[in-house]
Write a protein that binds this ligand. Structure first.
Ligand code: NAI
Length: 304
């Protein structure tokens, strides 16, 4: 059976109302797909104005879809009507699942889930989009750890049609099945992975990213050449430095450090000082206008 397209999915039972905390690069993509899959979506962000920016961003995607004849105006209007702002965390009370896509920091995510547990029903699910933190460790802060699960999308969410479904050690079987079904209803291939550092994709991707950083650190060649070779000759859709810039060096560096420490400082996972120094300089990639490349209107313009 072919996988459902956003427009032919009307509900993804048992979930009807999805809370989304953190409406940055990942959160807005998850919200877009959830609305397309028929869920009511409640958007919350700690930064004032962030939800409006996310809604405008998503509306722009749907408008371009209509302009290109890929989306009907009726579908656009119904998708749009499903995005709501949750000004306070308490506004998420009626959600049957809340997905977080906030900063990659264990303490901050644990604190959020603790606060959410005081708001949502006992049978509501808490899902984390963490790239690298232990789902079990995030769940350990919760009163009901069996409701906590990893639901790890990739950037950009609507185009990268895979999501990792990662049970923590105490996650209930039912929660895993329901979240897996939601991922499929959102039009993605669901890859179940165990709760190990980096899960499946970011574990496999270490070799690609860290070795490229070592090659650059050893001055074998420049980053643009490494990218070009891996795309032209290696068959990758994007080179490692373009990917670091897309992900954001703040997120990438935190992920590299987290995986390294969780593997007890195993040498093959050691992060590179090259990302640390860019991070310190505020060169975060596309989101700050400069990382390994410089960007104007979202396009890399200068290979430095
Ligand atoms: P981002 O920086 O684009 O967005 C994070 C958003 O969360 C911001 O709008 C910020 O205001 C908000 N926020 C931060 N702390 C908050 C809190 N305590 N309560 C409410 N809102 C809060 O980050 P991005 O890239 O979307 O990453 C989010 C999560 O997704 C991280 O855990 C990251 O590891 C993970 N992830 C990121 C990927 C990427 O390529 N950027 C890929 C897959 C996962």
């Amino acid at each position: 059976m072919s996988s459902p397209t956003p427009s032919d999915v009307t509900s993804s039972a048992p979930f009807h109302r999805l809370g989304l905390v953190g409406t940055g690069a990942m959160g807005r993509g998850i919200a877009q797909l959830a609305a397309q899959a028929g869920l009511e979506v409640m958007l919350h962000d700690a930064r004032t104005g962030a939800v409006d920016e996310a809604r405008d961003f998503i509306a722009g995607i749907w408008s371009r879809g209509v302009a290109k004849g890929r989306l009907s105006e009726d579908d656009q209007a119904s998708y749009q009507s499903r995005l709501h702002e949750a000004t306070e965390l308490e506004d998420l009370a009626g959600c049957d699942i809340v997905v977080e896509a906030i900063v990659e920091d264990l303490d901050v995510k644990q604190d959020l889930f603790r606060r959410l547990e005081a708001v949502i029903a006992d049978d509501a699910v808490l899902a984390t989009n963490t790239s690298s933190l232990s789902v079990t460790a995030i769940a350990s802060a919760c009163r009901l750890p069996q409701r906590v699960i990893g639901f790890h999308f990739f950037n950009p969410v609507p185009l990268m049609k895979i999501v990792e479904v990662i049970p923590g050690l105490r996650t209930s079987r039912e929660v895993v099945d329901h979240v897996d079904a939601l991922g499929q209803a959102m039009g993605h291939f669901t890859a179940r992975a165990t709760d190990t550092p980096g899960f499946l994709v970011n574990h496999a991707g270490r070799a690609f990213g860290t070795e490229a950083l070592r090659i650059l650190g050893e001055r074998v060649t420049d980053h643009a050449t490494i990218d070009r070779i891996l795309v032209d000759q290696g068959g990758f859709r994007m080179g490692p430095f373009s990917l670091l810039d897309l992900t954001g060096l703040d997120v990438s560096h935190a992920v590299m450090e987290s995986i390294y420490h969780q593997y007890y400082e195993e040498a093959r996972f050691r992060p590179s000082p090259l990302t640390r120094s860019r991070l310190d300089a505020g060169l975060l990639g596309r989101k700050s206008g400069e990382g390994f490349y410089c960007y104007q209107e979202g396009q890399a313009v200068v290979a430095k």
